[in-house]
Design a protein. Sequence first.
Length: 229
Amino acid sequence: MSTGEDSRRAPPAPEALGNGVERIAGARLNVIYEGKRCIHARHCVTGAPTVFLANVKGPWIDPDTISAERLVEIAHACPSGAIRYEGKDGVPEETAPPVNLIAIRENGPYAVRADLRFDGQAAGYRATLCRCGASKNKPFCDGSHHAVDFAATGEPLTDSADMLAVRDGPLAIEPLPDGPLKVTGNLEITSGTGRVVARVQSAKLCRCGGSANKPFCDGTHTRLNFRST
Ligand code: FES
């Protein structure tokens, strides 16, 4: 007699979309997985363990084991955007969040939720961006902050700036060569614990790890001879 685990069908084989991106077809939505963007926040394997199988070899995403609506919630919780989806059969596509946010993760990356534009191109709604300077997949975080023991000194101060009149809209992110991330658009910057650090419409954010005025660039990248490639 086989156990339930023995009789479990194998997850569907992913379809390669290029650049390390995979599509895993489901009945009501397709999961899109971009491994290079994953920061192992583990919302997927803990929130939907029958969909995102931990510690298996080969195909590990099985979209049809929970409802599409629940799977959408799990995808939205993925801070890096490594997990995305294509809705079908009445499942709507992901839409832009109502407020553009960058959360400064303690000793880790910037977690961005916005209608993102990289180099003028639409780039989804979630991303984690390197701020330690060590990622091999810049401007995205690849977890290297652990390897280099990145320690961002203190938490930034709380800011009392007025609420922005408009809080959403496109957020353009331009990684300046060997320099900071130039961010343009309506934006609230918060600490990892949710305190408001700044409300801005443009900013240059440190990504070399060396600024004494984090999260903002203070020019230290020049002294550190920071290289963004
Ligand atoms: S990018 Fe870090 S100080 Fe400018």
